[in-house]
Ligand binder design. Structure first.
Ligand SMILES: Nc1ncnc2c1ncn2[C@@H]1O[C@H](COP(=O)(O)OP(=O)(O)O)[C@@H](O)[C@H]1O
Ligand SMILES: [Mg+2]
Length: 282
């Protein structure tokens, strides 16, 4: 674990993410062109932007699922290195994405989902299951207990609420005790109770010293304790900095192509329409 609460000088730390001048394609779509971004190892950050702006693509670049087009001065360095094997990277960066959830078989048990994190695989079948040690299974159960889903160990995914499924995936990412957690729209599809609960668990993990990079398109989900916001629009960073500078009506209008008013309450930001709501004409 990182010791982010000691306040020591970390200016010598290599960045978590150091991306320089990269171009990324997904199929024929040119998602990023000349993207540069640096995020420190102990620097919680929000990646905010409308649907299709490239948030998930950026995460896949960070987790080495997508590679940039080769160019002389382009690089993607994660913790100072350009090459990683996925296994090794998992113990530094845990990823929770909706994408992942939809790839599990509906009859996978909660414990299957969590222990599959040790194998960086989807589900645990046949010979793979034999590679899980008793100690690993114990740790998986302990993490499930921490997240309040220990009773879901033998429950099939399809019999869980979306919130319980999501917590099993979070537990999966935590089996390696990664210093950084990257969460891609973690509350998508959750009701208010489940969203609040999930966000409060994320805040506790952050308070315990884990770095959090949170991808969202909802302003009100930005935890008050995370200050840096990277605002994307159509594959470009339109603003990057402290919330007070980035979350302005002008920047949001630019990013979302919509007139937006912003309110700030108790450290949270909210977006609402300028006139109380137009009639929807689409
Ligand atoms: N598998 C894919 N093949 C082709 N284009 C894709 C694929 N996935 C995403 N895209 C395109 O890449 C762009 C960025 O998508 P994405 O990173 O998923 O955005 P976000 O996560 O911000 O909603 C969009 O234009 C999207 O249509
Ligand atoms: Mg996405």
């Amino acid at each position: 674990m990182s010791n982010s609460s000691t306040g020591e000088d970390r200016s010598h730390d290599v960045p978590l993410i150091d991306i320089h001048n990269v171009a990324i394609y997904r199929g024929d779509t040119h998602v990023f062109d000349g993207l540069s971004l640096r995020i420190g190892q102990h620097e919680p950050a929000i990646i905010l932007g409308p649907n299709g702006s490239g948030k998930t693509t950026l995460l896949k670049v960070i987790t080495r699922e997508l590679y940039p087009v080769h160019a002389n001065d382009a690089f993607v360095r994660i913790l100072g290195r350009e090459t990683w094997n996925v296994w090794e990277l998992r113990s530094h960066i845990g990823v929770v994405s909706h994408d992942l959830q939809t790839r599990y078989r509906p009859d996978a048990s909660g414990l299957d989902v969590v222990v599959s994190g040790y194998l960086s695989s989807i589900g645990v079948h046949g010979t793979l299951a034999k590679r899980i040690t008793a100690a690993q299974a114990d740790r998986a159960r302990a993490i499930m207990a921490e997240l309040g889903v220990e009773s879901m160990a033998n429950t099939e995914l399809r019999r869980m609420s979306t919130g319980q499924q999501r917590r099993c995936l979070l537990a999966r990412a935590l089996v390696h005790d990664p210093d950084t957690l990257i969460l891609d729209e973690p509350t998508a599809g959750l009701d208010i109770t489940a969203s609040f609960e999930y966000l409060s668990r994320i805040r506790s993990l952050a308070a315990a010293g884990r770095n959090i990079v949170l991808v969202t398109h909802l302003l009100n989900e930005i935890p008050p304790d995370i200050d840096r916001v990277i605002l994307l629009r159509a594959g470009k960073i339109v603003a990057d900095g402290p919330k007070s500078a980035v979350l302005t009506e002008e920047n949001l209008r630019l990013a979302y192509d919509t007139d937006v008013r912003i309110a700030k309450v108790d450290g949270y930001y909210f977006a609402y329409p300028p006139d109380g709501g137009h009639e929807i004409t689409e």
